[in-house]
Design a protein around this ligand. Structure first.
Ligand code: F6P
Length: 374
């Protein structure tokens, strides 16, 4: 009897997901003679046993599509809202679904949250393999994740376009890019787009330092500036508060403590929902120049994947099918150079790859005189 592999996509969507679904599915069928099914809407659809068959014809024509043909959701398998007023541990339900389909493995495509969910299932004896997907590029253990290159291209193009209008109007253009608490997207787009200031979560900024650099440019004859700011960029004071709240979540000893600590962190993040606009207002006041804000938002996650993301998703997707066939489970297939390397989920889950202070991109930015706000 042919073996069956299940696939799901979880967390925020990302360009390259369909390329990865196609690669896992086609490779499992063609190279290993497996059946493939896809679960709808991430771990929620898995728990509800909502699935479709992914035969060869279903996997054709999706390589270049954005989003995910399977749908996605943000869920925690051990704390899922099922409508009865308190989150439930749905792992037993998920185990039943996996057993019912007699899955050789469940391949979960997602970012940091998905790696944690997959580890929770693996620890319950459910066979899983994961792939790293995120525009934030913050999955631990892999050089990069699919989605990042496409988002980087979109953000860079936006910075390019804002350059010409900033120049015409002698304005400060503040561009907010996604990335959650990692600065890869802002740093990459800022460098590629020739930004004058790049503010990322890993380097707390001082507003006076940003304003001074803009005034220095003005004194040197450049009456416009481009400031690329990561949505998670913070001042020193905010960073201090954030670190305390974050460690409260990370060090919580039980579920109740964690819920409590997370609520405090959510409140802090909510209070920062206008952080970029407020920063632009401060820059106007400090420099006397007009400022405009562009928030790129979900545009960065939409549309067709870049060639680099398609190749990466294809490379990792085929390696995931091989890992399942070889019985190499409980791992994330990471990209390291040109290799696809299985890394134990225990090593990956719960860790975040942020920009190191001595990263080559930071060094290059400093050499070029780009202001990093510090
Ligand atoms: O993790 C991907 C990401 O796009 C982050 O950059 C961003 O902070 C978040 O997801 C937005 O999430 P949502 O799509 O749920 O608004």
């Amino acid at each position: 009897m042919p073996r069956t592999i299940g696939v799901l996509t979880a967390g925020g969507d990302s360009p390259g997901l369909n390329a990865a679904i196609r690669a896992v599915g086609k490779s499992a069928q063609r190279s290993h003679g497996m059946h493939v099914i896809g679960f709808r809407d991430g771990f929620r659809g898995l728990m509800q046993n909502r699935f479709i068959r992914l035969d060869s014809e279903d996997l054709s024509g999706i390589l270049t599509k954005g989003g995910t043909v399977l749908g996605t959701s943000r869920e925690k398998v051990h704390k899922m809202d099922v409508g009865n007023g308190r989150p439930m541990d749905m792992r037993p339900m998920i185990r039943k679904v996996v057993e019912q389909h007699n899955l050789t493995a469940l391949v979960c495509l997602g970012g940091g949250g998905t790696q944690k969910n997959a580890l929770r299932l693996w620890k319950e004896g459910i066979p899983v393999v994961t792939l790293p997907k995120t525009i934030d590029n913050d999955v631990w253990g892999t050089d990069t994740a699919f989605g990042y290159d496409t988002a980087l291209g979109i953000a860079t193009e936006a910075v390019d376009r804002l350059h010409s209008t900033a120049h015409s109007h002698h304005r400060i253009m503040v561009v907010e890019v996604m990335g959650h608490n990692a600065g890869w997207l802002a740093l990459g787009a800022g460098l590629a787009g020739g930004a004058d200031s790049i503010l990322i979560p890993e380097v707390p900024y001082q507003i006076d330092a940003v304003a001074d650099s803009i005034l220095q440019r003005k004194a040197g004859g450049s009456s416009f500036s481009i400031v690329v700011v990561s949505e998670g960029a913070m001042t020193h004071a905010e960073r201090g508060e954030y670190d305390v709240l974050r460690s409260g979540v990370d060090q919580a000893r039980n579920d109740d403590d964690e819920d409590h600590a997370r609520a405090a962190l959510d409140k802090f993040e909510e209070a920062r929902s206008r952080a970029t606009e407020e920063m632009a207002e401060q820059l106007e006041a400090l420099t006397g120049l007009e400022a405009r804000v562009t928030i790129l938002g979900h545009v960065q996650r939409g549309g067709i994947p870049s060639a680099v993301d398609r190749v990466l998703a294809t490379r990792l997707g085929t390696a995931a099918a091989d890992a399942v066939a070889e019985g190499n489970l409980g791992v994330m297939i990471a990209s390291r150079g040109e290799e696809a390397v299985p890394v134990p989920l225990e090593e990956v889950a719960g860790r975040r790859k942020t920009v190191p202070a001595d990263h080559a991109w930071i060094t290059s930015a400093r050499r070029l005189g780009v202001n990093l706000g510090d």
